[in-house]
Design a protein around this ligand. Structure first.
Ligand code: KG4
Ligand code: ZN
Length: 356
């Protein structure tokens, strides 16, 4: 079984082809960093136009790299949301057109499910597992019980964690994209314990997150410093990592307890994994911290390779394949969705500026 996947929900135009033996036949990602850099962030209209411009060529490139003809593909999957709606429309319409022209099934994939199921593509992780989903738009803890079956244990009440990285990097004058630049800066810290930043939500009796206060705390330090030197920036970046790490670990630890209570380890390997996914999962410091926590709690820690943490189409093709083999396809009347929670029963966060 071979599935072609398309990802266009944010600022990466991507096309990939995967098979049911967990093989990635092609995985092409075109980042639009240069288009958005002058604005210091993603401009939705610019993104949509760039997707439209590049997507056809990328699909051709993916097929060529996989040495496949469209006739050998069994289904077409595309991110159907959540995301910047102009971009999502470009990907969905392209996928539908290909599916209609070739008489192929079409699968609309929830972008978050793409991140959530990546650990099954890379490491064959069995259900159920505990997932920490940390990206530019989301910060959630979820029990992944099956394809399309998620129980949200916690979410952010304000900013997503990637958003906090991006905004803090901007505050520190590091530019865009913030996450990787902030990580690089922190690695140069000579006095990482110099600034004491609060670990948000630590000790709270739930599994929710909050990051807007942390960003404000960094701003105060920056204001006090006047013009931070490179050394100040490095130390602040390290303090930020430490605070985010402390917060994530505390929240995850609570979630692990709840998860273990509901899903004791089973013979098929279920109930044994802590998985991290999403762009922020590319952060080495956070990966190390989470790996230690998992080991302490007797869970196997799984984090996708860096290129499959940030947005890509292999995860969309794979989630499409998982749905397709369960007979879950979509009609050509599928409407792209700006918001699309993984757990529709979880109550939306009133003040969160996110799609949670
Ligand atoms: O999953 P993703 O590629 O796109 C969304 O679905 O949002 O996540 C992008 C986010 C951005 O906020 C980016 O700054 C962050 O992931 N990110 C990182 C790193 N690489 C990307 N954050 C921290 N450390 C990194 N190395
Ligand atoms: Zn993403």
């Amino acid at each position: 079984m071979i599935v072609l996947g398309i990802e266009t929900s944010c600022d990466e135009t991507a096309c990939a082809i995967v098979d049911d033996a967990r093989g990635i036949r092609a995985n092409v990602v075109l980042s639009q960093l240069d288009e958005h850099r002058p604005y210091g962030g993603v401009v939705p209209e610019v993104a949509a136009r760039a997707h439209l411009h590049y997507l056809d060529g990328l699909i051709r490139q993916a097929l060529d790299e996989a040495h496949l003809d469209l006739g050998q593909v069994d289904a077409i999957a595309a991110t159907g949301g959540p995301g910047l709606i102009g971009g999502v429309i470009v990907g969905v319409m392209t996928a539908k057109a290909m599916a209609a022209a070739r008489g192929l099934p079409f699968v609309a994939v929830n972008h978050l499910e793409g991140h959530a199921l990546t650990a099954r593509l890379t490491d064959d992780v069995p259900f159920p597992y505990l997932l920490l989903l940390v990206s530019g738009g989301h910060c959630q803890l979820l029990e992944v019980e099956g394809v399309g079956r998620y129980r949200r244990l916690g979410t952010t009440i304000d900013d997503a964690v990637g958003e906090a990285f991006d905004k803090t990097a901007k505050l520190l004058g590091l530019g865009y994209p913030g996450g990787p630049l902030l990580e690089k800066a922190a690695q140069k810290a000579t006095n990482p314990g110099r600034f004491d930043l609060p670990a948000p939500m630590k000790g709270r009796p739930d599994c929710d997150f909050s990051f807007s206060g942390l960003k404000t705390a960094v701003r105060r330090h920056v204001e006090q410093l006047g013009t931070p030197t490179e050394a100040d920036v490095a130390d602040l970046a390290a303090a930020f990592h430490h605070a985010v790490g402390q917060s994530l670990l505390d929240r995850c630890d609570r979630a692990i307890k709840a998860f273990k209570g509901r899903h004791p380890a089973d013979e098929q390997g279920g109930g044994r994994h802590l998985v991290v996914a999403g762009g922020v999962a590319a952060n080495k410091y956070l990966r190390e911290q989470l790996a230690k926590l998992a080991a302490k709690r007797g869970l196997t820690f799984t984090a996708p390779p860096l290129a499959l943490c940030t947005d890509n189409a292999a995860m969309i093709a794979w989630a499409g394949l998982e749905r397709f083999r369960l007979g879950q396809t979509d009609g050509l009347d599928f409407a792209p969705r700006p918001r699309w929670p993984l757990d529709p029963t979880a109550k939306p966060m009133k003040f969160a500026g996110v799609k949670a």
